[in-house]
Design a binder for this molecule. Structure first.
Ligand code: FAD
Length: 469
């Protein structure tokens, strides 16, 4: 870059990067955030002050060496910058896209209040993409085979992190996945317009090249039990996620046209129903889609629905925008794409026609009361405020819990009242010898980065249990 700004230039305003035009993108499944080019990346990198106390790095759950990688990038050494990130984070092209930086690293940036934080997530994504596209990433070297065998159940980010770390240390790792594609929520939940599938496939392929074995269509607890796996493997790591949808328990939830977010997103994203009839999974949404919930899953469901071309998509959330757990950026994207938000609103009954198809949703307005156990103000129904919304389909996206199949078929495995496996936070050790767990099956629904962090911690503990080191 000819006129590269001299570092640091903090008073430049934060660059959020270009996005596909909302009117266009609401009709396609291509990536919404277009990412930085080299010039934007270097200019944004120049904003970093390289703070000695590294508040951004300390705020990151896996302590990515943020000022150091940004400095290397600024010096136009993207390969070294990527290597620096890889020291602590295994999948930067994924985290750069979906990690909630606004609550971690970017929230801690000293420039945040005055000029906007350094766009750390965008720089992470740029570094990882650039290094991948230019062949600057090679699979890490693996230690000589130790002879120990580890089975990972599930192929989401937590198991991928365990597999990568343990393979590097020379252990043989086999990943068992119930679905026909690998990546967990990264493949079946998060839509391709937020996380292109080739990014996930590249990470899985890298692990394969390192020697990790991937087996699909194997449902642990059904096809093979944990006890049976223990006969062939020294250690079992359970990373089976939280894929069981929570129902609303509202009358009419069994009407035709009512989906759980899991079913809806799996149909659209994993089975590519949006290409039907080129693919063989159909969908029905009709003209008026309603989505219930306020998290990332609700936002993804609403935005996927919008891309299938209905007349309207309306999102019902029982609190206000301020309490929404979804990433702020995704809420904004959803609004720009024309999704209508009904805050302080909850469905109380779903009504159908004579054929049992959803026809309309009876809603009630809420007000915020005293804080509840979660610390958020409790939504209180306002008597007499009921009203109706016409609806041809409705997606329930109000939360998930772990699928109980492994827990129910594994004697002695302790679970809590929500069905989450109880595991030591620092090591992932469960109540059973040689069995570890982490990610959403323990946390009950968290983030990609926390799932990876659990995987890394467990890998360290597993290595120690196997080798004493
Ligand atoms: P998962 O990713 O759920 O993977 C578990 C895997 O185990 C799945 O592939 C499943 O098929 C498999 N499995 C289950 N049972 C069995 C079995 N018995 N045998 C074999 N395999 C089994 N987090 C963010 O940080 N940013 C976001 O933007 C974001 N958006 C999200 C959007 C959606 C729609 C959803 C649902 C979640 C989102 N999250 C996001 C949360 C994040 O994706 C999860 O916290 C993370 O994927 C958890 O990783 P995991 O490996 O524990 O589980």
């Amino acid at each position: 870059m000819q006129n590269k700004p001299k570092k640091p230039t903090p008073s430049l305003k934060q660059n959020h990067g270009a996005h596909q035009d909302p009117a266009e993108r609401r009709k396609n499944f291509k990536e919404v955030a277009l990412g930085f080019g080299m010039e934007d990346a270097l200019t944004e990198a120049a904003r970093c002050l390289g703070c000695k106390n590294k508040p951004c790095e300390l705020a990151c759950p896996v302590n990515v060496k943020i000022p150091e990688f940004i400095d290397l990038l600024y010096k136009e050494d993207a390969g070294a910058a990527a290597t620096k990130i890889f020291e602590t984070s295994l999948f930067p092209a994924i985290c750069g896209r979906v990690c909630p930086q606004e609550t971690y690293c970017e929230a801690a940036c000293v420039l945040k209040d005055k000029f906007g934080p350094v766009s750390i997530g965008r720089l992470e994504r740029f570094t990882a993409d650039y290094a991948r596209d230019n062949g600057l990433i090679k699979p890490p070297d693996c230690a000589p085979d130790t002879g120990y065998k580890v089975a990972c159940i599930g192929s989401g980010p937590t198991s991928l992190a365990v597999a990568a770390e343990l393979r590097k240390l020379g252990h043989a790792v086999t990943v068992f996945e119930a679905l026909h594609q690998f990546g967990g929520v990264l493949s079946y939940g998060i839509p391709p317009f937020r996380l292109p599938r080739e990014v996930v496939r590249f990470e899985v392929e890298t692990l394969r090249r390192m020697g990790v074995r991937f087996l699909k269509n194997v449902m642990a607890g059904k096809s093979i039990t944990v006890q049976e796996l223990k006969k062939d493997f020294d250690i079992i790591y359970i990373g089976s996620g939280a894929g069981l949808p929570s129902p609303m328990n509202t009358p009419g939830e069994d009407l035709v046209g009512v989906y759980s977010s899991n079913e809806f997103l799996t149909r659209v994203n994993l089975m590519e129903a949006f290409k039907f009839p080129v693919t063989d999974t159909p969908y029905y949404i009709g003209g008026k889609v309603v989505v219930v919930g306020g998290g990332n899953t609700a936002m993804d469901s609403a935005r996927c629905a919008m891309r299938l071309g209905p007349d309207s998509v309306t999102l019902l959330y029982r609190r206000t925008r301020a309490e929404m757990p979804a990433r702020a950026e995704e809420v904004e994207n959803a609004m720009e794409e024309g999704i209508k938000f009904e805050f302080l609103t909850a469905p109380v009954e779903l009504e159908g026609d004579e054929k049992g198809r959803l026809k309309r949703v009876k809603c009630i307005r809420m007000a915020l009361g005293e804080p509840d156990a979660s610390g958020r103000r409790k939504p209180v129904p306002q008597e007499g405020s009921e009203f109706y919304i016409e609806a041809s389909s409705l997606v329930v996206a109000i939360g998930q819990s772990p699928n109980p199949v492994i827990q129910q078929t594994t004697a002695g495995l302790s679970v809590n009242k929500w069905g989450c496996i109880i595991a030591d936070e620092a090591t992932g050790k469960t109540s059973l010898d040689g069995v570890y767990a982490g990610g959403d099956v323990v946390r009950g629904g968290a983030t990609v980065l926390l799932a990876m962090k659990d995987g890394k911690n467990a890998a360290r503990a597993i290595h120690k249990a196997l080798t004493g080191k």
